[in-house]
Design a protein. Sequence first.
Length: 142
Amino acid sequence: MSTFVKEYIEQLETQWKEVDVLIESATECEHSNLELFNAMCRSTSVLIVAHMEGFIKDLTKNLIRDINVNLEFKELPRSIQNTCCQGYLGFEPSVIPKYQEAISDMIQHLTECSGYKVSPEPFLFDKNRNPKPDSIQAVFKS
């Protein structure tokens, strides 16, 4: 059975080819030009981090697409339902009176709807914010 996640994982290897090119180039100049070697290593590290950030975002989006194709909102784990609703109400409970009650009401209404599609945005990082270990951990806890 083909899924969005499976198709994404299959095409990952091509995205990492440029990392391989940088590593190969760095290896070639390791003994002849130490400054270039160090610059290539730093560049490779930055590119790997960028690829990891993109990987987490793309994997999350594809996972949500698979969820939307295969499950109704009422079938989702409570933690996914909560995060989905928090995406609309915000993630700061102190801003909205009776925040947990509002989340529960929203979940109840959405479980009664047919065809509601979960948005990936509540499960992604804030815009223009590089992931830190606690940010990555938050995504996988959701």
